[in-house]
Design a binder for this molecule. Structure first.
Ligand code: FPP
Ligand code: MG
Length: 257
């Protein structure tokens, strides 16, 4: 399991190094992003290096075609998710479009991690599918909470600047909810769809979102996905594994970083 888990972590890190170039993010995990520290040329190559190292580990450990297929489809989906996000910046998505995007950029990732665990542990097809459904729902909850933390988090805890999504034109679930229920939704729509907003506008938009019920609404959606995740844990997995997967689900929705 360990080399495969390492490969997945390397792919994840590679995707974040590249994501920070795309999003022009300055801080990741409380320190300067590779893009800021070394410039975009080196950051692109660093991401490529980590990505290649991941596939080297997979090849060296002979996991076989099925594992390689899950991993390559995962990376393809991540790229499709990022491209579709980039093409729809500063546009208000429908709820379905929002879900499509978080599915591709995050849920597919956690689903693939779970699927690979099932394959390597030689679970049967039905159990591997259930574990994958656990991963999809865990991923959806994770991204909804991530999108919430962008407004309601503490940047000292998240290690990222607040309001980053709005600044880069990524319109997420808290905004969609506030647009639906706030009496200032016209003003909010005007701010979030305008390229080049000032910091004062961002603060104004965050204030409108905070005064709506977006926090409770998004949390309850995230909790629903966690419930769907837990219900899909295959009955045959050991009690201690079940306990850990349950704990992970609880952490994802209750975390503040
Ligand atoms: C973070 O999203 C980014 C992702 C979940 C995926 C990024 C994927 C790519 C750049 C393509 C894949 C590339 C390789 C090399 C595998 P976010 O911006 O919402 O999260 P953040 O707030 O943590 O930045
Ligand atoms: Mg980002």
């Amino acid at each position: 399991m360990l080399p495969l888990a390492t490969a997945i972590e390397l792919i994840h890190t590679a995707s974040l190094v590249h994501d920070d170039i795309l999003d022009q993010s300055k801080i990741r995990r409380g320190v300067s992003t590779a893009n800021v520290k070394y410039g975009p040329q080196i950051a692109v190559l660093l991401g490529d290096y980590l990505f290649a190292k991941a596939f080297q580990l997979v090849a060296e450990n002979h996991y076989g075609d099925e594992v390689s297929l899950v991993l390559s489809k995962l990376v393809k989906n991540l790229c499709i998710g990022e491209i579709s996000q980039d093409r729809s910046l500063f546009q208000v998505p429908s709820l379905t479009k929002y879900y499509d995007k978080i599915n591709l950029k995050t849920a597919v990732f956690l689903a693939s991690c779970c699927r690979l665990g099932g394959i390597v542990a030689e679970l049967n097809d039905r159990e591997t599918d259930s574990l994958t459904t656990y991963g999809v729902n865990l991923g959806l909850a994770f991204q909804i909470v991530d999108d919430l933390l962008d407004f309601f988090g503490d940047s000292n805890m998240t290690g990222k600047a607040l309001g980053g999504d709005l600044k880069s034109g990524v319109i997420t679930l808290p905004v969609l909810r506030a647009l639906q229920v706030s009496d200032k939704s016209e003003l909010l729509r005007e701010i979030v769809t305008r390229n080049n907003v000032s910091d004062a506008d961002i603060i104004g938009a965050i204030d409108i979102i905070k005064k709506s019920d977006a926090l409770d609404y998004c949390k309850s959606r995230a909790y629903a996905h966690i419930a769907a995740a837990i219900i899909n844990l295959p009955p045959s997995i050991s009690e201690s594994t079940n306990f850990m997967l349950d704990k992970i689900a609880d952490f994802v929705v209750n975390r503040n970083w």
